[in-house]
Design a binder for this molecule. Structure first.
Ligand SMILES: Nc1nc2c(ncn2[C@@H]2O[C@H](COP(=O)(O)OP(=O)(O)OP(=O)(O)O)[C@@H](O)[C@H]2O)c(=O)[nH]1
Ligand SMILES: [Mg+2]
Length: 323
C-alpha cells in the first residue's frame, strides 16, 4: 500500500493563529490557544492520518510521481506529522531562549514549512523576523495569510500580490484557522509536497505529548485567559500527581510564579481567582478524560524561574513521557 507521509512545521510571530491551525487540522485540541502572544512555549506535535475510513476534510491524496509507462495510482493513505512552534520573538529571558531552541529544532529534517501571517494586520517587523527564519531553513514554504474571516474579500487579492513579493513561496493560501475556510485546499496542497514514506505512527495516534502535559497546559491556558499584565508570562504549571481513582481522576498541580505579589493576584480576594481558574480547567480536563476530575491547585513562588535551566527542564514534556 502506497503512502504519502512527512513532517510539516508551523511558523510565525506570536498570536497569528499557529496553534489554532494545528488544532483545526488535527481535529482535536492539543495546543492551547489564547488571545495573548507567547502562549505556546514548546513545540507541540499533532498527527493527522488519512485513510479509507478517516478523511475528515474529504481530500484526495495526490498521486505519487511515477514514470509514463508505469503511472502510480493515488495513494489511499497519508500521514502528516505537524509541529506547532512558539511564536518567533526577541529572547528576553532564559525561557525565551529555550523557546527559540524549540523552534530551531522544529526546523530540522522537515518536508515543508507553513509560515503564518495575520491577514487582518499589516506585515510588520515581527513578521519580517519570523520570515527570516523561514528563508534560512531553505525548505519549501507556504505562506498562509490567516484570519481572512476578519477582512473583506476584495482586499484579499491585492494582499496576496504584496505577500508574493516577500519571498519565493511555494504556495500562498489564504485561510481562516478559526472557521476552517480553505483548510481542505491547504491539506491537499500539503499532501502534494510529501514524499512516499511509511506511517510513522499508528493511524489513531494524535500526539506524543503525555496527558499530564496536556492537563498542565489546560491549566496554564486558563491562567492566561483569567489574568493580566505580567501574570500570564510569569506563570508555569507542574502537574505533581495524576491518579486514576475508582470514580474520578485525582490531579494535583503547582502553579509557579516569580513574586509574592503575583501569588496574591493569582489567588485573588478570598481565593476567588484561583477558584475560577480551577473550575474552568477542571471542566475542560473532564471533557478531555471523559470522566470526573478532582483538581487541586497550589500557588508557589519561585524567584526567577524563567532563568533557571534546571526548573525549565522539568517543564519539558519529553521528560514526562512514561511518567
Ligand atoms: N478571527 C480569527 N481569529 C483567529 C484565527 N486563528 C486564530 N485566531 C485567534 O488568534 C488568537 C491567537 O491564536 P493562537 O492560535 O493562540 O496563536 P499562536 O500563533 O499559536 O500564538 P503563540 O502561541 O502565542 O505564538 C486567538 O485569540 C485565536 O482565537 C482566525 O482564523 N480568525
Ligand atoms: Mg501557539
Amino acid at each position: 500500500m502506497k503512502c504519502r507521509s512527512g513532517f510539516v512545521t508551523i511558523l510565525g510571530r506570536p498570536n497569528v493563529g499557529k496553534s489554532t491551525l494545528l488544532n483545526a487540522l488535527v481535529g482535536t485540541k492539543i495546543a492551547i490557544v489564547t488571545d495573548k502572544p507567547q502562549t505556546t512555549r514548546s513545540a507541540i506535535q499533532g498527527v493527522l492520518t488519512l485513510d479509507g475510513e478517516k478523511n475528515p476534510f474529504g481530500v484526495t491524496i495526490p498521486p505519487l510521481p511515477g514514470n509514463e509507462e508505469n503511472p502510480e495510482p493515488s495513494p489511499t493513505v497519508a500521514q502528516i506529522v505537524f509541529l506547532d512552534t512558539p511564536g518567533i520573538m526577541e529572547p528576553r529571558s532564559g525561557l525565551d531562549e529555550l523557546m527559540i531552541e524549540e523552534i530551531r529544532e522544529a526546523m530540522v529534517e522537515r518536508d515543508l514549512l507553513l509560515f503564518l501571517v495575520d491577514a487582518s494586520q499589516l506585515f510588520g517587523p515581527k513578521d519580517e523576523k519570523a520570515l527570516d527564519w523561514a528563508k534560512d531553513a531553505g525548505l519549501p514554504c507556504f505562506l498562509l495569510p490567516n484570519k481572512i474571516d476578519r477582512i473583506a474579500k476584495p482586499a484579499l487579492l491585492p494582499l496576496i500580490d504584496e505577500y508574493r513579493k516577500l519571498y519565493e513561496f511555494a504556495e500562498v493560501i489564504p485561510i481562516s484557522a478559526l472557521t476552517g475556510e480553505n483548510l481542505p485546499l491547504l491539506l491537499e496542497r500539503i499532501l502534494a509536497y510529501l514524499p512516499e514514506g511509511p506511517l510513522y505512527f499508528p493511524p489513531d495516534h494524535i500526539t506524543e505529548q503525555p496527558l499530564r502535559f496536556l492537563v498542565g497546559e489546560i491549566i496554564r491556558e486558563k491562567i492566561i485567559l483569567e489574568t493580566r499584565q505580567e501574570i500570564p508570562y510569569a506563570s508555569a504549571v507542574v502537574v505533581e500527581r495524576f491518579e486514576e481513582k475508582e470514580n474520578l481522576t485525582y490531579i494535583a498541580a503547582e502553579i509557579f510564579v516569580e513574586r509574592d505579589g503575583q501569588k496574591g493576584i493569582l489567588i485573588g480576594a478570598g481565593g476567588q481567582m484561583l477558584k475560577q481558574i480551577g473550575t474552568r480547567a477542571r471542566k475542560e480536563i473532564e471533557e478531555l478524560l471523559g470522566r470526573k476530575v478532582y483538581l487541586e491547585l497550589h500557588v508557589k513562588v519561585r524567584e526567577r524561574w524563567r532563568e533557571d535551566r534546571r526548573f525549565l527542564s522539568e517543564l519539558d514534556w519529553r521528560k514526562m513521557v512514561g511518567g
